[in-house]
Design a protein around this ligand. Sequence first.
Ligand code: AMP
Ligand code: ZN
Length: 114
Amino acid sequence: MNNCLFCKIANKEIKSDIVKENKNIIAFKDVNPISPEHILIIPKVHLSDTSMINEENSFLFSEMALMANEIIKDFNEQDNGCRWVINTGKNGGQSVFHIHLHLIMGRKFTWPPG
Ligand code: AMP
Ligand code: ZN
């Protein structure tokens, strides 16, 4: 996708603070963190939102989850718990239309969200 911010981050056209990367997935620090540790985990291929997940590409979603657990261990947060968030579409509050998992850690979160 030509004009997608997160595609550009995945392609290294735009610099980011990369936390972990493998063939299909990349994780980088959110520029506007809402917790002491706020990481975004994305597939390198462009999927605009959760409605794009299908039988052919859903393995990417599993790979994102596996990477999230690796990062949680790297940050030594496995015993503290954390929050995984995916905002999807207008009502979900999505602002960057390349699917991303927010991994937010390092403080206690409340429920329900705003
Ligand atoms: P969402 O509102 O769920 O679409 O989340 C988009 C997230 O991307 C926000 O938390 C932003 O702070 C974050 N963000 C926007 N631009 C960048 C960037 N260049 N590098 C890292 N994170 C970004
Ligand atoms: Zn994209």
